[in-house]
Design a protein around this ligand. Sequence first.
Ligand SMILES: [Zn+2]
Length: 143
Amino acid sequence: MRALLEERYPEPHEVRTDRALYEYVHDVQAAAMKRAAPLATVVYDNRLHVIRGALGTHTTVARVQGKKLKTKREIRVASLFKQAPAAFLRMIVVHELAHLRVREHDKDFYALCTHMEPDYHQLEYDFRLWLLACEHAPEPPAT
Ligand SMILES: [Zn+2]
């Protein structure tokens, strides 16, 4: 199953560091969203894992600074995406960016996801299969 999916999504990505991830997310956001809110933090987080159900998180923290209300937006992506095909990294980034606008997984949310990535639903489905396949046949640890 995993081999089949990796055949369908053969393209790897080079987004290995937090800095590269920040730039990647920024590019996706700039291409898809007008008047996009700037992101304060974008990082890989190895504490996020499928067991806790979270593959990515997004937070918006509003703070009063002097007379201004400052909003700090943050996106965290589970570290397992470092090894995932490029298409799946794109899927999770689109998902978390969409959450900056729409909190719930409702119709508006998925409309925004498919606006950014027309294949969003297929990618999300295939990603779940890939994840299951990885868990059942884990790769030997890198030496
Ligand atoms: Zn979500």
